[in-house]
Design a protein around this ligand. Structure first.
Ligand code: SAH
Ligand code: AVI
Length: 325
């Protein structure tokens, strides 16, 4: 086994600068918002892993089943020597692909990329132990900023995977920029495997984002703990209620944090005072759900063609395999 390599494209100083920028913009906007990537400090990453085991949270187990069914076929088509995983988290489901690509004999390198250094380090350690023949090359980075820094493969093809439905956490304009940037760093014929949540009954989606055990609420509030720690802010975290709401027009579920009373919050690191009226909300995440035809058109518009599609029998989640045109 060769020791895993960790490349850091998002230093603490870069991350602090990005957080300061996002907080200045998002908390001075009306309505207020914050980008979801700030959920994922070590605690946030742990809470996300807990979410994936909740009975209400169907995406992870549904995607795992789809991967079980399709990994052999994907590996056969991909002939990839490098598997790149964006927003890799624990890389737990990814092992199904690592296994299948190992069977085809093509895979040499695994490149997980995540903003969460703690999640990335833990995943890299486990993968390096379980797959001693693989070179594991982790990247701490932001997939909306650092795609052009991904290691190239001189000798073979790359398969890029973006699982969990995380692409739905980008707003449509961010998504178009992301897909265009990703296409630009791929060679024609290199593949992208996307896991996407599908538009489904709100009676199923809403509980997935508002579980009875309150884990998602804690995950949502975690962003305020991050701001308190990183910016010296004085959010009274318990005074914000978790809200999950289906937006039928945009076909996304939103998470919000609602101030239970009027508050003034001081954020010294950005020299900002933020006023909240009672009932005022911060949008902390959108989680877009997709339709097959519209996604195909969107991918084609960003330079991806030849789609293969696997969905569960209830049409709640899909895997899409598409090639850089
Ligand atoms: N792919 C895993 C984890 C999904 S959770 C799964 O399917 O279970 C979303 C992951 O994306 C987290 O690990 C989070 O740290 C990471 N993430 C969120 N925004 C990111 C960004 N802008 N750049 C890189 N990683 C990001
Ligand atoms: C990572 N991402 C795809 C999750 C989702 O379902 O949008 C994050 C999450 N938010 C609340 N629960 C899980």
């Amino acid at each position: 086994m060769t020791a895993p390599v960790l490349e850091i494209h998002l230093s603490d100083a870069d991350a602090a600068e990005a957080l300061h920028h996002d907080v200045r913009v998002g908390l001075s906007a009306d309505p207020k918002w914050l980008p979801p990537k700030w959920f994922y400090d070590a605690r946030g990453s742990e809470l996300f892993e807990q979410i994936t085991t909740l009975p209400e949270y169907y995406p992870t187990r549904t995607e795992r089943e789809l991967l079980r069914r399709s990994a052999g076929e994907i590996a056969g088509q991909a002939h990839a020597s490098t598997l790149v995983e964006l927003g890799s988290g624990s890389s737990e489901k990814t092992r199904l692909l690592l296994d299948a690509l190992t069977v085809t004999g093509s895979l040499q390198r695994f490149v997980p990329l995540d903003v969460s250094e703690s999640a990335l380090r833990a995943a890299m350690t486990t993968v390096a132990q379980e797959y001693p023949q693989l070179a594991v090359h982790g990247v701490v980075g932001d997939f909306t900023r650092h795609l052009e820094l991904l290691p190239f493969d001189q000798t073979g093809r790359r398969l890029v995977v973006f699982l969990g439905g995380t692409i739905g956490n980008l707003l449509p304009s961010e998504r178009a920029r992301f897909l265009t940037a990703l296409r630009a760093v791929l060679e024609p014929g290199e593949l992208l495997l996307l896991g996407v949540g599908l538009v489904t009954d709100p009676a199923v989606v809403v509980p997935a984002y508002d579980d009875t055990a309150g884990v998602t609420a804690e995950f949502n509030r975690n962003v305020l703990h991050v701001l308190n720690r990183e910016l010296g802010a004085d959010f009274d975290v318990a005074a914000f209620d978790h809200v999950a709401r289906w937006d039928a027009e945009r076909e996304w579920i939103e998470m919000r944090l609602r101030a239970s009373r009027a508050m003034t919050v001081w954020l010294p690191a950005v020299d900002m005072t933020v006023q909240f009226a009672a009932g005022e909300e911060i949008r902390t995440e959108v989680s877009g759900k997709f339709r097959r035809e519209a996604l195909k058109i969107e991918l084609a518009g960003c330079g991806f063609a030849d789609h293969a599609w696997w969905a569960d029998p209830d049409d709640r989640f899909a895997l899409v395999l598409t090639a850089a045109a």
